[in-house]
Design a protein around this ligand. Structure first.
Ligand code: MV4
Length: 447
């Protein structure tokens, strides 16, 4: 096992990784920007190294500085967390070239899944249902016209190297196709430095359901069921839950078995998430994430499996600690992503925390790097706390969530706690009757 791990991240996820390391007897190295001198992830770690100025490019995404910090502290493995460099195949490759271990999949798998068309093709060939669409980047408008006619309007133009919904264009009729293609292409070019775009059949009211997998380097693969992540605004998830209110045990077992077989076939290792659109009782694969995800605690609450511990064990070459038969998903879990934002306008609200009192009690988990007196810097993601609750069933869990939100005190800044209080009082939400567009109407945002 590794003796010392460098955590190339900040905030709650850096704490989450530190906790797994310390439970395994592994020492930790924090890296931080000059804006994060007083951050909790720095305080908790055994050692810390300042790696640059506040902008992410200068510090948390500064590959030479991170590799130097690992060399300087004799760390032998690097955990990327989520965001920042976590899905950068060159970072994974560079880590290995310098003799460290990347706690994640092979650089080749990271690269493959970063190419949405390659990911779709690979998984389709392994029997996973995908959204109908072009199998290669579309170049000519006439070619796009032919494909769109074949799959039927409306169609969606997507960036092949995109993510976060950037560069997506819905096209309802042939005469809109040419301009949608050029808009999607130029947005993809400027944001992802790659203008490749492709077409998909546009599903009007899908749910976003993702399957969590864990694979070791010896061919063992298990799945941990799904998370329903349909509650999102501008492609940012706000709340995730499991099980999905719309799936039954047979559907879960069927998609889970398909996914584990495909992942085993790929020779994939580490944690992974397969994202599906779910509509009319059918799953359609869209993308695979090769990182630990923000919402992984939802799955941990149901399974009692420490996914970060497994991630570290897998990277060290160990066999998975679980077979599919050992995975028992019990009860219901919901996660609220509480951010430092105005709960109505979503305007960022960085600043100093005056009072901090997190809720506790049975079935309540808080993943947060906050403390009273801490000043939230303005440079990073606005996520400040994940409130995760677990109960025997959805209605009990919703009551527990309401209770926990009522207890939660974060004074000195604005947070989205009031938004979640309003959300869980809504009849449609309580009934689980929502799709990926539902929240945008609920918060009544106009673009
Ligand atoms: C889609 C879709 C409908 N049909 N793909 C992909 C990235 C993810 N963040 C959003 N994505 C979607 N992909 C097909 N074939 C619907 C979404 C989608 C969405 C699309 C337009 C406007 C808002 C949206 C919100 C969530 C999901």
């Amino acid at each position: 096992m590794f003796e010392k791990v460098l955590i190339a991240n900040r905030g709650e996820i850096a704490l989450r990784i530190h906790r797994a390391c310390h439970e395994m007897g592994i020492k930790t190295v924090a890296v931080h920007s000059t804006a994060d001198e007083d951050a909790m992830h720095v305080r908790l770690a055994d050692e810390s190294v300042c790696i640059g100025a506040p902008p992410p490019r200068a510090s948390y995404m500064n590959v030479p500085a991170i590799l130097s910090a690992a060399a300087l502290t004799n760390a032998t493995a690097i955990h990327p967390g989520y965001g920042f460099l976590s899905e950068n195949p060159n970072f994974a490759a560079m880590i290995e070239e310098h003799g460290f271990t990347f706690i994640g999949p092979s650089p080749e798998h990271v690269r493959m899944m970063g190419d949405k068309l390659a990911a779709k093709a690979a998984l389709r060939d392994l029997g996973i249902p995908v959204v109908p669409g072009s199998e290669k980047p579309v170049v000519e408008t006439e070619e796009a016209m032919r494909i769109a006619e074949e799959i039927g309007y409306p169609v969606l133009v997507k960036a092949a190297h995109g993510g976060g919904g950037r560069g997506m264009q819905v096209v309802t009729a042939p005469q809109e196709l040419a301009s949608a293609l050029s808009m999607a292409r130029s947005e993809a070019e400027s944001h992802f430095k790659n203008g490749a775009v492709y077409l998909e059949k546009y599903l009007a009211t899908p749910r976003h359901i993702e399957i969590q997998v864990l694979a070791d380097m010896h061919g063992n693969v298990v799945h941990f069921g799904e998370r329903d992540c349909s509650i999102q605004r501008r492609h940012q998830k706000l709340l995730e839950e499991s099980p999905s209110p719309v799936l039954n045990a047979d559907q879960r077992e069927e998609i889970g078995a398909m996914v584990t077989a495909a992942i085993a076939n790929l020779g994939y290792r580490g944690v992974g998430t397969l994202e599906f659109l779910y509509a009319d009782g059918m799953f359609y694969f869209i993308e695979m994430n090769t990182r630990l995800q923000v919402e992984h605690p939802v799955t941990e609450m149901l399974s009692n499996v420490d996914l970060v511990r497994e991630q570290i064990r897998i990277a060290a070459g160990a066999q998975l600690g679980y077979r599919q038969n050992d995975v028992h998903l019990q009860g219901h879990a919901l996660e609220c992503r509480i951010t430092a934002e105005n709960p109505i306008t979503f305007a960022p609200s960085p600043g100093r925390i005056k009072d901090y009192h997190p809720p506790g009690g049975l079935g309540v988990r808080i993943d947060s790097a906050l403390y009273a007196g801490y000043a939230i810097p303005p440079y990073y993601d606005s996520l400040i706390a994940k409130l995760v609750v677990h109960g025997r069933n959805r209605s009990e869990t919703l009551m527990r969530l309401r209770r926990a939100l009522d207890e939660f005190v974060i004074d000195g800044i604005e947070t989205t706690i009031p938004l979640f209080q309003r959300l869980i009082a809504n009849k449609d939400f309580v009934n689980g009757a929502y799709d990926v567009h539902w929240l945008e109407r609920f918060v009544d945002v106009k673009d």
